[in-house]
Ligand binder design. Structure first.
Ligand code: GLN
Length: 542
């Protein structure tokens, strides 16, 4: 029997609902249950694929090629359960589905309304997960009180009512702000938020209260009293130094215990959280430190590179080092001496990116890493820039560029109009929609035996997730390889370059895919483990 846990948020956004959901998922797994996590996003975009990383943070790509909310990355990193395209839905998608049905004539005769047509579509999305796990955790994006969230709240209310209290639980995440003048944490916003939720017919049974300092018994009692919730279901959720500590602290505060109790399930006393304890111990007690420069363009918002940051931390966990991330806006390398910004870093990473702005700076940063023998990791756009750098500075193709850029030149990186997925040809025109038309999701690649990447992966067959529209032109292989840029990974049909590496450099690898999406704290991605190891070696040299 599948039980459903609905997670809403109140008071303010950015409370870490996604992390909380992921941590609860991990705790339920530790109790021996299977879990599935999904997210309902109230914004109108069909998916976050076309949203700026500045606005919405990273776009997380699933194995089956959906562009989804970054919270799905948290879910996967904490539970190891691969996220699927059917785990994230937006208002835009819901309306698109309903309107397509309306055009097809599926509702013939009916007037299409938010209730029941939109709410039914939302409920179908949730019901589709019935039977897929012991627990389905369903996070509602946004904050209670937002206009956009209303149909979702109505849908989960109805759903909860239909499956009954034995199978549905409502968990609300709120904030207790600290008011310095009063010297206390305030419970009023939480009371109001719960009241608002109740006005939609949803009575939260567990409150996860975010606060920056311990919540006194008196405040817990007060919240319980005013919100009509047993005091032990008011769970303090304090800030912690590492996100991987969240499962441990929530467990210590009784979150999973109260979930069990609310569902009338046995509270198994012998919960093994050894994996999380080991991870936290490693994060908190590094033996040394490495400094990694991330040369990108969304460097103002840490969430833009969420999975990347985490994957680097995972690489640090594996090597027992603290990874200090140093974000550098790539355009500085268009004017400044790279030395001024990169002196003393132990590794340089050029992450994924889109568009021409800052590209020249990235190429200059690659050059610095190559010439100074500093470990270099290029991801997606980063690989493309590494290829342009080699073409211009080693092969003598001075005007080497990408067709993604407006300026003319020789296109070593070009728009991809044809590729193979599951033995079927995928075709795109240059003028097709931008949304959802990239090469997306998991694709296999073949690595050359004896290459550095084959050694790192300990094998020659891999599968990694992609999100790109342009590719390195394979016809330049010979010219680039003559200059030491080895094409050590290709698509199985040999047409698409997936990996380039340099044999004459301590660690220089560019990949066309996004390895960071599959890294987990308990299963760090081999490329990140190896990159951080190389950075550690570099740190011993300088
Ligand atoms: N803009 C490049 C492309 O579409 C790289 C994309 C990326 O880095 N994810 O091919």
């Amino acid at each position: 029997m599948t039980r459903f846990i609905f997670i809403t948020g109140g008071v303010v956004s950015s409370l870490g609902k996604g992390l909380g959901s992921a941590a609860l998922g991990a705790l339920l797994q530790a109790r021996g249950y299977s879990v599935r996590l999904c997210k309902l996003d109230p914004y109108l975009n069909v998916d976050p694929g076309t949203m700026s990383p500045f606005q919405h943070g990273e776009v997380y790509v699933t194995e089956d090629g959906a562009e989804t909310d970054l919270d799905l990355g948290h879910y996967e990193r904490f539970t190891g359960v691969p996220a699927r395209s059917t785990d994230n839905i937006t208002t835009g998608r819901i309306y698109t589905n309903v309107l397509q049905k309306e055009r097809r004539g599926d509702y013939l005769g009916a007037t299409i309304q938010v209730i029941p047509h939109i709410t039914n579509e939302i409920k179908d999305f949730i019901a589709e997960k019935d039977g897929s796990a012991d627990f389905v955790l369903c996070e509602i994006g946004g904050t209670v009180g937002d206009i956009e969230s209303l149909p979702f709240l109505e849908a989960i209310r109805q759903f909860g009512n239909e499956v009954g209290p034995a199978r549905a639980l409502f968990l609300h995440v709120t904030l207790l702000p600290y008011i310095p003048a009063a010297g206390e944490l305030k419970t009023k916003p939480t009371q109001h938020s719960v009241k608002e939720l109740m006005s939609y017919g949803i009575r939260p049974q567990i409150l996860l209260c975010r606060a920056d300092r311990p919540i006194e018994e008196e405040e817990r009692r007060k919240i319980g009293l005013f919100c009509n919730i047993p005091e032990e279901n008011v769970i303090p959720a304090l800030d912690v130094p590492t996100i991987y500590e969240v499962p441990l602290t929530y467990h210590a505060e009784g979150l999973d215990k109260q979930v069990m109790k609310t569902f009338g399930l046995d509270d198994a006393p012998d919960l093994d959280l050894g994996t999380w304890e080991r991870i936290v111990r490693r994060v908190k007690n590094p033996e040394s430190e490495v400094k990694i420069a991330i040369v990108g363009k969304y460097t103002n918002l840490a969430d833009s590179y969420k999975s990347l940051n985490e994957a680097l931390i995972h690489g640090g966990i594996a090597n027992k080092v603290k990874v200090k991330l140093h974000f550098i806006e790539s355009s500085v390398f268009e004017t400044d001496n790279p030395e001024d910004h990169l002196k003393g870093v132990h590794g340089i990473l050029v992450p994924g990116g889109f568009g021409e702005r800052g590209a020249e700076g990235k190429i200059n940063a690659v050059k610095y890493a190559r010439e100074r023998n500093i470990p270099f990791f290029g991801i997606c756009f980063g690989l493309q820039m590494a290829v342009l750098e080699a073409a211009r500075n080693l092969c003598g193709i001075k005007d080497a560029t990408s067709s993604e850029f407006e300026s003319g030149g020789e296109h070593l990186v070009g728009i991809m109009t044809e590729w193979t997925k599951d033995n079927e040809k995928q075709k795109r025109g240059e003028d097709t929609d931008l949304g959802g038309t990239m090469r997306l999701g998991a694709y296999p690649a073949k690595l050359s035996a004896g290459s550095k990447v084959a050694e790192i992966y300990d094998g020659t067959d891999i599968s990694e997730r992609h999100r790109h529209r342009y590719e390195v032109n394979i016809n330049y292989r010979e010219q680039l390889e003559a200059q030491g840029m080895i094409f050590s990974g290709l698509s199985p049909d040999g047409k698409l370059p997936e990996i380039c590496e340099r044999a004459d450099h301590p660690w220089f690898i560019g990949v066309q895919y996004h390895p960071e999406l599959k890294s987990k704290p308990f299963d760090p991605h081999p490329l990140f483990v190896s990159f951080i190891k190389a950075a550690l070696e570099q740190s011993r040299l300088v």
